[in-house]
Design a protein around this ligand. Sequence first.
Ligand code: B1M
Length: 208
Amino acid sequence: MADLQKIKDAIMSGKREEVTSLVQAGIDAGDNAVEILEGGMIPAMREIGDKFSRNEVYVPQMLIAARAMQAGLALIEPALVSSGHQPLGKVCIGTVKGDLHDIGKNLVAIMLKGAGYQVIDLGVNCDVNKYDEGIKQGATIIACSALLTTTMPYMKEVVEHFKDTDVKIIIGGAPVTQNYADQIGAHGYSDDANGAVKLVDVLFKKSA
Ligand code: B1M
């Protein structure tokens, strides 16, 4: 089994090459990608965030930790994504306007692809026009991510923008809650990437 503590430490200290070799060693040893993700990688991001809150680290350290995390994610992505079946439907995903956090959004995209959906990744800092582009490319569901309490309110604008259409909007991200989703009239909320896949499954079954 990969040394999850070492992976966590390497991500927190932004050692991209060390993360790559530790994660690769885990994959080569046949470890479960979800265990590497949930046992080492995600806890690293949580802890660096807590340190940031306590002023023990600053933005540059969060940034290099995020880069090391992305390097590890790229390695486990193929194991998280199963292949070989027809797309079940199209979903577009993006982090809302003003928000540059993309790790959670990327994870949701990976899990959706793994579940057989075609994913249009709109990136970060998405305004309603950007989400419109995803819809024009054939998506029927929008997955919106927000990590900041200051950017979360933009989700209401996205819901309002698509109010009189058939587009379904699901939301998530650290500050987002079920209560907030109900309040703004979103079609679903999940606190993690697997839950987002379940929401999409339900919405596609409903529209089938
Ligand atoms: Co930022 N940051 N950051 N940051 N950052 C947080 C979010 C923060 C909580 C840190 C803290 O204070 N403890 C805090 C927000 C406070 C608040 O608003 N309440 C914060 C802040 C303040 C800031 C800046 C303002 C700092 C500054 O400049 N002074 C700034 C804002 C920049 C901007 O966006 N405009 C900023 C910048 C950055 C970096 C660029 C340095 C970097 C991001 C790099 C990147 O993403 N490429 C960064 C990072 C890394 C973090 C933390 C440490 C980690 C975020 C992360 O990747 N988590 C974060 C602290 C934390 O989260 N504990 C923090 C791992 C990821 C897997 O989890 O994204 O939550 P998460 O996704 C989860 C679920 O939320 C869910 O599924 C995922 C896992 O299953 N989910 C969805 C996410 N999206 C979903 C969508 C769905 C469903 C589920 O669709 C339906």
